[in-house]
Design a binder for this molecule. Structure first.
Ligand code: CA
Ligand code: CA
Length: 474
């Protein structure tokens, strides 16, 4: 009996059924067993085998799924999903899909061209951790109103999207409509433009969009992400019904394509709003938080309230050479689609320098209905080139650190001899960290983290996510 069980166990292991790790390689074979020396060929096969606790390792190379690999065809041509992640991991046992350490993994979606909207990954299950790969080449085939999405958070909660770069395609980077406690960590979205639909206007390709369709989602955050040269916006929270936090993120040259041709809207951080058409009765505007972020040279606005129906929080943000650096315009009410100067916003410790339009440091705001503390505007504080260590924006493109955290900058960093230095305005610089520390390393070290001053345990990994960069707070 015992021998039979052992044989059965070995047999199942040989099939990959009990394996904690599944390997995939562009040179692999789906008829193999998905182990390190005998990897599968398709990511789909590995996803079908995964169970809670499984880590799928993608060996280096270029993966080119075809129509035959599409895991899920949506109704009415809305989202043919190449990879459909509808099974659940568990707390402490997420399902991880990871580039193999030290190897470059590119998933090229250019061969998937259905007559439908395309989604690269539909994260529909809980406790998924996607990390360490690039997605390129996603297509749009429809010429009317449409959009494609690289990574969709469409139902899963407690998921982490980490060091996933989405670029040089026709789709949105990350697009979320449902779920709680999802974290988008240290991801880049760039050169995304759809030249096919709506005459090539490019009005739908954002870097990162959270558009949560209910009021009860909690704990969704973007941390350490960069968005540049997306044809619409860098970060977009329009039609979002639950509060989202955007922290330690950079946005620049959005509203342009990869060649800097003007295309869609062009806001760095579109931080709320419900559009100016009909808004559903009973809509309650979430108080989204944008903290410790940089916006440079976006076509329209650096930081934008986008006709929101309530207040938003902006703290320690630096905005430079956007048409308007901060634009706080609100909509009057659900019933009245009229723009009014922004109300109920909290702006503290923000820095504005040289907006493209004159007097556009912070526009469309009712200062008597907002809380304004220690910004360089309203009342205006002198800011000049001599206040900064560098104004060389090319630094934003520096490679990330080995752990995926943002590179160090001197761009926009205040000189120690600047009168602004001691005021604590603008983006906080310091010894940058990944935003994560291990449970063991946390402890007393937590006092080194400022901003919110907290480290939060993320349920997917048992890791701690700390707000802010590592800045010693005496
Ligand atoms: Ca748009
Ligand atoms: Ca947009």
């Amino acid at each position: 009996m015992k021998k039979t069980l052992i044989s059965l166990a070995f047999g199942l292991m040989a099939l990959g059924v009990f394996a904690d790790e599944i390997y995939v390689s562009p040179d692999g074979d789906d008829a193999a067993n998905g182990q390190k020396e005998t990897p599968y060929r398709t990511i789909r096969k590995a996803i079908e085998d995964a169970t809670p606790g499984t880590t799928i390792y993608l060996r280096g190379g270029r993966y080119m799924p075809t129509e035959a690999d599409v895991m899920y065809r949506g109704a009415e041509k809305v989202y043919d999903c190449v990879y459909y992640l509808d099974k659940n991991g568990r707390a402490g046992s997420p399902i991880t899909l990871s580039g193999y350490p030290g190897e470059d993994v590119v998933i090229d979606l250019s061969q998937v061209r259905p007559d439908a909207r395309v989604m690269g990954f539909n994260v529909n299950g809980d406790y998924w951790h996607l990390r360490d790969f690039d997605i390129v080449g996603i297509q749009v085939t429809q010429t009317g109103h449409t959009q494609s999405i690289n990574v969709g958070l469409f139902g899963g909660s407690n998921c982490v999207i980490e060091r996933v770069n989405m670029h040089d395609g026709m789709g949105i980077g990350v697009y979320a409509t449902k779920g709680s406690n999802n974290l988008v960590l240290n991801c880049d979205a760039y050169n995304n433009y759809d030249p096919v639909s709506e005459g090539g206007y490019g009005g739908n390709c954002d870097g990162f969009g959270f558009h949560l369709n209910g009021r009860n989602y909690i704990g969704n955050r973007l941390y350490g992400c960069r968005a540049w040269r997306n044809s619409d916006d860098g970060f977009d929270l329009i039609n979002n019904n639950s509060p989202v936090t955007i922290e330690n993120c950079w946005a620049w040259e959005n509203g342009y394509d990869a060649d800097l041709v003007s295309r869609g809207d062009g806001t760095g951080f579109k931080s709320g709003g419900f559009g100016m058409k009909t808004v559903k009765a009973g809509t309650v505007a979430p108080r989204n938080v944008v903290t410790n972020c940089i916006a440079w040279s976006n076509k329209q606005n650096g930081f934008y309230a986008n006709h929101h129906l309530g207040g938003l929080d902006f703290k320690n943000c630096s905005s430079y050479q956007n048409k308007r650096n901060f634009n706080m315009v609100n909509r009057k009410s659900i019933d009245e689609a009229v723009d009014v100067p922004g109300y109920a916003h909290h702006l503290s410790d923000n820095l504005s320098y040289r907006p493209e339009l004159s007097d556009a440091d912070c526009v469309n705001i009712n200062t008597s209905l907002c809380t304004l503390e220690n910004n360089t505007f309203l009342p205006s504080v002198a800011v000049g080139e001599a206040d900064f260590e560098s104004l060389d924006a090319s630094q934003l493109l520096r490679p990330r650190k080995a752990d995926g955290s943002l590179p160090n900058l001197t761009f926009m960093r205040l000189r120690a001899d600047s009168p602004l230095y001691g005021r604590g305005v603008g983006y906080l610089f310091g010894e940058s960290t990944s935003g994560m520390v291990s449970v063991e390393a946390q402890g007393n070290d937590a006092k080194y983290y400022n901003l919110m001053g907290v480290c939060v345990e993320h349920p997917a990994d048992g890791i701690f996510i700390c707000s802010g960069q590592k800045v010693y707070v005496p």
